[in-house]
Design a protein around this ligand. Sequence first.
Ligand SMILES: Nc1ncnc2c1ncn2[C@@H]1O[C@H](COP(=O)(O)OP(=O)(O)OP(=O)(O)O)[C@@H](O)[C@H]1O
Ligand SMILES: Cc1ncc(C[n+]2csc(CCOP(=O)(O)O)c2C)c(N)n1
Ligand SMILES: [Mg+2]
Length: 275
Amino acid sequence: MRKLPLHPGARGLDDDCAILEIGNETLILTHDMMAEGTHFQEGGDLADAAWKLVAVNLSDLASKGAEPIGLLLGHSLGSGDERFLEGLYEALSAHDVPLLGGDTIKTTGKRAFGLTAIGRASHTPVPSRCGAQIGDQLYVTGLLGCAMLGFEGDPEHLAAYNRPTPRLIEGQALAPHVSAMMDISDGLMLDTFRMASASEVSIAIDSALVPVASNKRRNECMRWGEDYELLFTLPLETEPPVDCMRIGTVEPQGFAPLIFDSNPVVNPEGLGYQH
Ligand SMILES: Nc1ncnc2c1ncn2[C@@H]1O[C@H](COP(=O)(O)OP(=O)(O)OP(=O)(O)O)[C@@H](O)[C@H]1O
Ligand SMILES: Cc1ncc(C[n+]2csc(CCOP(=O)(O)O)c2C)c(N)n1
Ligand SMILES: [Mg+2]
């Protein structure tokens, strides 16, 4: 896809969102889809699917420090649509973001939902994945692995899987300070690997510092994904303005983008959820 004619705001299709400067405004745009059987189960509660569709898109906006403006929904009709609308209502109200429009279709076979989220930059330059500098410190918000435990049925963590919270407030507080920022959708290890590659540095993670939901399953918590927390780098002297943990350090680019507990990791395979 990178061979297609790309807008400069597409950031080479290597970032969470596209950035569009129009006059004095900077718009931030993203689109994420969910498919039956992959992202939500047939017969499951579509209120949760609708909430999650909104949350995962707002999470990409959050990772660029955007304030949401509105959403465009691509909806395929089917059973459970009333619940879908209830979940959508709850998500729009909870995040104070209105619907702008969309499209509704009939389908045969599996259903898919798409959502385009449009936001306004709260700070320019808009944080990217590619700005991590040697000597910066790596941080993460929240606790990783909650979504995995929720998916497995742990009642304490069901909401983390079904109803994730996009870190919009944190993203806006961080945007003026970070050298790089992204959300973690595919697992800490894989997403850190991507940030390091985009920034042309190596990033060293100290796994003992990573806040995880299950100490026994620390490794899985760092790989499973769907936690929608923020991953970011700050200069050494900058105090983080939000609740977060320091988990690593940015180093000069070596042969491996990721250094995990002093071990170089060259191959992204197996680091996280790959689509
Ligand atoms: N079909 C597509 N057409 C154009 N650009 C795409 C397409 N699929 C992905 N991209 C672009 O590739 C980049 C990475 O996409 P990806 O979906 O991995 O990021 P994400 O939204 O942060 O992650 P996730 O989908 O796991 O939440 C983004 O810039 C995205 O716009
Ligand atoms: C059985 C099972 N194994 C793994 C996962 C993890 N997973 C699925 S979708 C996704 C995030 C991004 O999706 P996309 O990039 O397609 O939008 C992740 C991390 C899961 N939910 N269920
Ligand atoms: Mg993202």
